[in-house]
Design a protein around this ligand. Structure first.
Ligand code: NAD
Length: 343
């Protein structure tokens, strides 16, 4: 049997997930949840979705009666992850929700509780946890292959489309406008992209940050960055004494990772985007096969669910919550100009 997935929110990333699910061994796209009737028609034809497995945001709770759906994958704007995760959990469905898990610590805690109360499992869409180059840098760091890592640099950014640019030919789906709306996004690039820099620092070191300092970058486009930051830099201190220096932006393109350890170093660029990743250590090039990240993530998660096994800790809601706590501390540090403790 394959696990039956319903995708909720049919935007850009849902389309990438659908392609991954199409070629996966352990799951299949069985349903959709969308607020746009035209998208429902398009997806129904493209992926051969039965009419009974198509929901909108109003009738979504009826999914409780649908034995054809095992898991709901929430791919909506961040501010809506909580609502759809809780509604799916109450309908008795396992849930994967996209990163960042939610826009507040309280929301994450409510999501975890709803999944526990309804005996369903919750995973976060951390695709890099299954990517071979990332598994290798995690091993290099955690197994101290080059000794203790002392310093990390991680940056991820891209230039966002300006919705006020009337000459733009960018199509509606690529406009990312909800990303500029704090209620829907929870924040700017720190929420969207910075979470990857936090993640990679945490899994390369195998440690949790104990304190952060942070600085907002210059706002170049005051008309569109009224609610969310354009850029932010931050520093994390870890119990071993290691430090991470990170940057994220929607003002320019950047995608880098670097780790300096006592007896060597390792680095990637591109590092945190969709890849393919390119990297080296102080000794040799890092060469790993290019994989379908969405397919691999889905297969690895669904294998566990099909066997009724508990999901590994590194992708659960508790892991997503840890990142939101760090994000909160970074915003607090940037706003106050003071070091914020996470102990
Ligand atoms: P998108 O704008 O392309 O898609 C969002 C979808 O949500 C659209 O179909 C839209 O119609 C729907 N939606 C429902 N209610 C909405 C509302 N009130 N306002 C706006 N849209 C609404 O965005 P995306 O890039 O697909 O991002 C969706 C989620 O996936 C986000 O949480 C994002 O962080 C995450 N994401 C993850 C990855 C990854 O690599 N894991 C990559 C991209 C995005």
């Amino acid at each position: 049997k394959k696990l039956n997935i319903a995708l909720c929110g049919l935007g850009n990333y849902a389309s990438m997930l659908a392609e991954g699910i199409q070629v996966s061994e352990y799951c299949q796209l069985a349903g959709i949840v969308t607020g746009t009737p035209a998208k429902a028609e398009k997806w129904k034809t493209k992926y051969n979705i039965p009419e009974n497995n198509i929901y909108n945001y109003e009738n979504f709770d009826e999914i409780i009666k649908n034995k054809d759906i095992d898991l709901v994958y929430v791919v909506t704007p961040n501010g809506l992850h909580k609502e759809f995760t809780i509604r799916a959990a109450k309908a008795g469905k396992h849930v994967i929700t996209e990163k960042p898990m939610a826009i507040s610590v309280k929301d994450c805690e409510e999501m975890i509780k709803a999944c526990n109360d309804n005996n369903v499992q919750l995973a976060i869409g951390y695709r890099l946890h299954y990517e071979p180059t990332h598994l290798e840098i995690k091993r290099l760091g955690q197994e101290k292959v080059f000794g203790q890592v002392r310093y990390i640099e991680a940056s991820l950014g891209y230039k966002i489309h300006d919705p006020l640019d009337t000459k733009s030919t960018v199509n509606f789906n690529d406009r990312h406008e909800w990303r500029l709306n704090k209620k829907l996004s929870g924040g700017g690039p720190l929420m969207d992209l910075g979470v990857y820099c936090i993640q990679v620092s945490r899994y390369v070191l195998g440690e949790e940050p104990i304190a952060v300092t942070a600085q907002f970058g210059t706002v170049h486009n005051k008309q569109i960055f009224t609610e969310t930051e354009e850029s932010i830099s931050w520093q994390m201190e870890f119990p071993s004494g290691a430090a991470a220096n990170c940057n994220t932006t929607v003002s320019y393109n950047i995608d880098r990772f670097y780790a300096s350890a006592d007896e060597g170093s390792f680095e990637l660029s591109p590092a945190l985007s969709y890849g393919p990743f390119k990297g080296k250590t102080s000794e040799k090039e890092l060469k790993f096969p290019v994989i379908n990240q969405q397919q691999t993530q889905m297969d690895e998660i669904c294998k566990f669910l099909l066997e009724n096994k508990k999901l590994p800790n590194h992708i659960t809601g508790e892991e997503g919550l840890k990142d939101i706590k760090v994000i909160n501390a970074i915003y607090k540090a940037a706003k106050t100009g003071k070091k914020v403790s996470l102990k």
